[in-house]
Design a protein around this ligand. Sequence first.
Ligand code: 6PG
Length: 243
Amino acid sequence: MGAKVRRYADIEALSRAAAEDFVALANEAIAARGVFHVALAGGSTPKKLFDLLAARGKSALAWDKITLWWGDERAVPPDHPDSNYGMAKKHLIDPLGLDPARIHRIKGELDPKQAAAEYLAEVTAGLGSPPVGLDLVLLGMGPDGHTLSLFPNTAALDSDAWVVANELLPTNLPGKCWRVTMTVDAVEFARHVRFTAAGADKAKSLREVLEGARDPRTYPSQLINGPDVQWLVDEAAAKELSQ
Ligand code: 6PG
């Protein structure tokens, strides 16, 4: 895997470290290029990180030079409790009063393929094709080893597009549902990738992803590569790692 693994006592310590990374990478990008493009992760793990960034206050970072993207989104409206944008809006965007013009959400309320096409156009226009403008991609990992909405054995694993609609299988989640996601190929061009994973339910997959046999269709997080991929994990998630 070649990724760096950083272990923390618990999710609070992990989130503090992730916030420090976010601030440092943002300041580095803004000093070098005048802008910081970051793709946020969904799910629940980033909530504490977002709360910590919000608690620092708007003056703590040049938020007027930071542009928000998303690595993936569920096929739900922005006010739905499952919306990744909605979670960031509650924990980061609204508390800091961020400029909507610098926020590129995936329109989960649309037909997934239309949402993917519209987001692909925004990514291409704003980050390039390939999206070399991405400074940081924040990722989580599910208990099954998925990341973004790249779930085991789904079609998106084979896509060479930068953004794609992905139909999840009943083996991924109950019922059938759709997601819109950046692909492995898109993330590979990011300058920095930070996974955050916490909790005992991630321990088996984390061991398989980082130390197990190469099996990316089963553990899609193994597919994420790039110049600077780092995992920030708590001890509960790391308990099955050999080192
Ligand atoms: C999503 C995320 C997904 C998430 C993992 C971990 O849309 O759900 O992008 O990849 O990061 O499922 O989720 P938790 O942080 O809730 O464990």
